[in-house]
Design a protein around this ligand. Structure first.
Ligand code: ARG
Length: 479
């Protein structure tokens, strides 16, 4: 210890909210370096909600008089209004949202404000805030997913009867209904929703009461706090409660898959709206021009959705990496979870919203799609015809392969072939075989569960519409 004369003088307002332990103010560079207020003000509402529930717990435990609890909660509500209305002014020493709120509260209500942090640490506080925030965002994302799914289902209904080539390797493969194509994305979103519902169960656990790491030193009724904040459970281990962010990772991995799905859909919108495909026409309100080339109409919305996938994946990897190697319990590294989580959540939700709005406005060139769907994409139909007449599939595949190759040599299409032409490849061909060379017949035959036949597609649209209906009701309830 330096001799008394050399000791830095205690500064009353050294910038630290509790400067008993410290003899010099925080270095301004450190203050700026460690400050997270700009990002975590995002959780101000949750922070205050959590604090009010904590005040009620303190009151129930006899640690706050009723009048004190009343003054603190009304002060907290005033701070909340200030923040909401943009009247809140932060100070450099407001290291994070928790300290900013408490500092302002104490300015408003006086020293009694200093009682709000009884039996609590910012460690269990931030974990609580983050879980509350994420729970709200999951509910919002579920609603956004449902809205996009509804857009897809409406498209699937209105595009019934439109035929499009189905692709593998981006080569025309077999015809499918455009509605079936839209429904493929609806199925992806269904799974995305169920992943979020599942992740939400593990998000919705109350950490408050864990204290800094070992549990609060007062007998607070955690179950009552959980009830007030609508948590389903209370955390069972204080060390775990303040230090794990696996629930963030789970959400981000679900978000990464949503981004992947949206990116695939966007990629198709980019391709299909190109002059090469010419399947889709973008609404002017959702396209942009070029600063140099007057003829251009660019699918920027779809490209940006595709492009934002990178930051969502990045957020997942960022948080996973932050967690790796952290000893129990809380470490300040954990502060780094929020910016990527907030950013990724905002991105995914914005992408869902813009696609839901754009999809109904796409115009489809059904003629061009149908034209592209036929031709050699019907080769499998001929092979199936031979199989029905007893030929082993491998042999039928080879026979039709020779027919295709012959057609290509002669510049003919399958539908140009007469029965005699077909019979020169196999005696099993009868006149009825030519009827199989129709896009509609090919689609109609695929009526098994999961196939592209219209009956099947219509049934699935109805099922998915019904699955979405209760989600809509639930949302209204929670508002
Ligand atoms: N801003 C911090 C975070 O986001 C809050 C917890 C700070 N706790 C601490 N012991 N420094 O993680």
């Amino acid at each position: 210890m330096p001799p008394a004369g050399n000791r830095p003088r205690r500064r009353k307002s050294g910038g630290k909210a509790w400067d008993g332990r410290f003899r010099e103010p925080t270095d301004p560079l450190v203050e700026a370096f460690s400050n997270s207020l700009e990002s975590d003000l995002e959780m101000a509402e949750q922070d205050i909600r959590g604090s009010i529930a904590h005040v009620h717990a303190l009151e129930r435990a006899g640690l706050l008089k009723r009048s004190e609890a009343g003054r603190i909660t009304s002060g907290l509500r005033r701070v909340e209004r200030e923040i909401r209305d943009g009247r809140f002014r932060s100070r450099p020493a407001d290291e994070d949202v928790h300290m900013a709120v408490e500092r302002r509260l104490t300015e408003m209500v006086g020293p009694v404000g200093g009682k709000v942090h009884t039996g609590r640490s910012r460690n269990d506080q931030v974990a609580t805030d983050l879980r509350l925030w994420l729970r709200d965002q999951i509910d919002g994302t579920l609603a956004d997913l449902a809205a996009l799914e509804r857009s897809l289902l409406r498209r699937a209904r209105s595009d019934l009867g439109v035929v499009v080539p189905g692709y593998t390797h981006l080569q025309r493969a077999q015809p499918v209904l455009l509605s079936h194509h839209w429904l493929a994305y609806a199925e992806m979103l269904e799974r995305d929703r169920s992943r979020l519902v599942d992740a939400r169960r593990r998000v919705n656990v109350l950490p408050l009461g864990a204290g800094a790491l070992s549990g609060a030193g007062f007998r607070l009724n955690r179950r009552a706090v959980a009830r007030e904040l609508e948590f389903d459970e209370v955390s069972e281990n204080s060390l775990d409660a303040v230090s794990d962010r696996d629930f963030v990772v789970e959400f981000l991995s679900a978000a990464a898959l949503i981004a992947a799905h949206l990116s695939r859909l966007s990629e198709e919108i980019v391709l299909w709206s190109s002059q090469e495909f010419g399947f889709l026409l973008l609404p002017d309100a959702f396209a942009t021009g070029s600063s140099m080339m007057p003829q251009k109409k660019n699918p920027d919305v779809a490209e940006l959705v595709r492009g934002r996938t990178g930051k969502v994946y990045g957020a997942l990897v960022s948080v996973l990496t932050t967690l790796k190697g952290l000893p129990l319990a809380y470490n300040r590294d954990l502060q780094e979870d929020k910016p990527p989580l907030f950013d990724a959540t905002r991105s995914v939700r914005a992408c869902l919203a813009v696609l839901a709005r754009m999809l109904p406005r796409l115009s489809v060139d059904a003629g061009r799609m149908r034209e592209a769907a036929g031709g050699f994409s019907l080769a499998t139909e001929l092979a199936d015809y031979l199989v029905e007449r007893g030929m082993p599939f491998r042999e039928a595949h080879a026979v039709v392969g020779r027919i295709v190759s012959d057609c290509l040599d002669q510049g003919r299409e399958l539908c140009d072939l007469g029965t005699a032409d077909l019979r020169s490849f196999s005696e099993l061909f009868e006149p009825a075989a030519r009827r199989r060379l129709s896009v509609d017949a090919a689609i109609a035959r695929r009526s098994l569960v999961g196939g592209t036949a219209q009956s099947n597609v219509e049934r699935r649209i109805a099922e998915l519409e019904a699955a979405l209906a209760p989600a809509r009701r639930k949302r209204r309830r929670t508002r």
